[in-house]
Design a protein around this ligand. Structure first.
Ligand SMILES: C[S@@+](CC[C@H](N)C(=O)[O-])C[C@H]1O[C@@H](n2cnc3c(N)ncnc32)[C@H](O)[C@@H]1O
Length: 214
């Protein structure tokens, strides 16, 4: 019960116009966005993209780390559970995104194997551990075999008076689960995980960059 109401409060917070406004500009430290953009390119996230491909920006918020010049004709779709975040994103990026969709990362409103790349920046640590696992499995479900998922998040921060956490170990542990391995085998997916910490000087806590090749 307590866990459920905590989740509801966290979710309601994201749809407040004032919170959406705070997250609508450049990150306070430009070295943060530079490090993320650089690593996205280095990790091969854009490699092989072409017209007809789809890039999912999950929990897009109102700020984009994607570089449209590297899309090579692919389209991006933003999914977020906050309508205010999506409105602010649309105001800034307009037709640079192919769609703006209200949806929950633990139940992504997209078909199985429907996207070629998935990016998810700074969502995971706001979810409970159970939700993080669900969101991970949803990202793998919607991403086509051969596709890539990039996950970026701080290890620990304080948000609305609560400590929020993300650790790449949650990903490796989830993928080691035998039932999940069996599910992935049925789906024809083998997932390779690579993870590292981005070099952001004076970062509040380690910033993890995790790449999953599906
Ligand atoms: C800290 S902001 C980050 C936004 C953006 N990705 C960025 O890096 O600037 C967190 C975003 O995650 C979204 N979010 C939180 N929980 C979510 C969930 N379960 N499903 C989808 N989006 C979620 C919030 O609405 C918010 O836009």
């Amino acid at each position: 019960m307590v866990e459920l109401s905590r989740q509801r409060i966290r979710r309601n917070v994201w749809d407040r116009p004032d919170i959406a406004a705070v997250w609508s500009g450049e990150p306070l430290d430009p070295r943060e966005s530079h490090a993320i953009r650089h690593q996205l390119s280095q990790s091969g996230f854009y490699t092989g993209l072409s017209r007809g491909n789809l890039i999912l920006d999950l929990a897009s918020g109102a700020y984009s780390y994607l570089d449209i010049r590297k899309f090579n004709g692919a389209k991006a779709i933003a999914v977020d559970l906050s309508s205010h975040m999506l409105q602010n994103l649309r105001r800034q990026y307009g037709q640079r995104y192919g769609g703006y969709v209200l949806g929950d990362g633990t139940q992504i409103p997209m078909g199985t194997n429907s996207v070629d790349r998935t990016l998810c920046t700074f969502m995971m640590r706001y979810l409970t551990e159970g939700e993080q696992k669900e969101a991970l499995l949803e990202m793998i479900r919607v991403t086509k075999p051969g596709g890539k998922i990039a996950l970026v998040d701080y290890e620990v921060t304080r948000h609305e008076g609560e400590m929020t956490r993300f650790s790449p170990e949650i990903i490796t542990q989830t993928l080691l689960d035998r039932d999940i391995q069996a599910e992935l085998a049925v789906a024809g997916k083998t997932v390779r995980v690579e993870s590292g910490v981005l070099p952001v000087p004076n970062a509040r806590s380690p910033m993890h960059f995790v790449t999953l090749t599906v």
